[in-house]
Ligand binder design. Structure first.
Ligand code: 5GP
Ligand code: ZN
Length: 113
């Protein structure tokens, strides 16, 4: 997608602090962190959200989440973390390219938000 911020980050046209990359995804530091550790898992393929994604994209996303489970130590998340994916207006999604927020690095509030 030509003008999508996260596609531009994936293509390297906008700089980001990348902590991991493979053929399916990048993991970057969020520009405006809401926790001690706030990362964004961004699939390289462009689709807006889980409602829009195809079966193939869902399978790739599952693969990405499985890989995340192997990265927790090096990302400093061994004590636990929270995954959040905002969708649409009520979910306050601001970037319409599916991404998973990874929050941790400290004790999070027991409320969801
Ligand atoms: P959303 O509101 O769509 O769930 O999350 C979008 C996230 O992307 C926000 O937490 C915001 O701080 C982050 N973000 C927006 N633009 C950029 C950017 O150019 N670089 C990085 N690293 N994060 C961004
Ligand atoms: Zn995109």
């Amino acid at each position: 997608m030509e003008n999508c911020i996260f596609c531009k980050i994936v293509r390297g046209e906008i700089p980001s602090k990348k902590v991991y990359e493979d053929e399916d995804m990048i993991i970057i530091k969020d520009l405006n962190p809401q926790a001690e550790t706030h990362l964004l898992l961004i699939p390289k393929e462009h689709y807006a959200d889980i409602i829009e994604m195809s079966d193939a994209e869902a399978a790739t996303l599952g693969k990405c989440l499985k890989k995340l489970s192997r990265l927790v130590d090096e990302l400093g998340l061994s004590e636990g973390f929270r995954l959040v994916s905002n969708k649409g207006k009520h979910g306050c999604q601001s970037v319409p390219h599916l991404h998973i927020h990874i929050l941790g690095g400290e004790q999070l509030n027991d409320k969801m938000c």
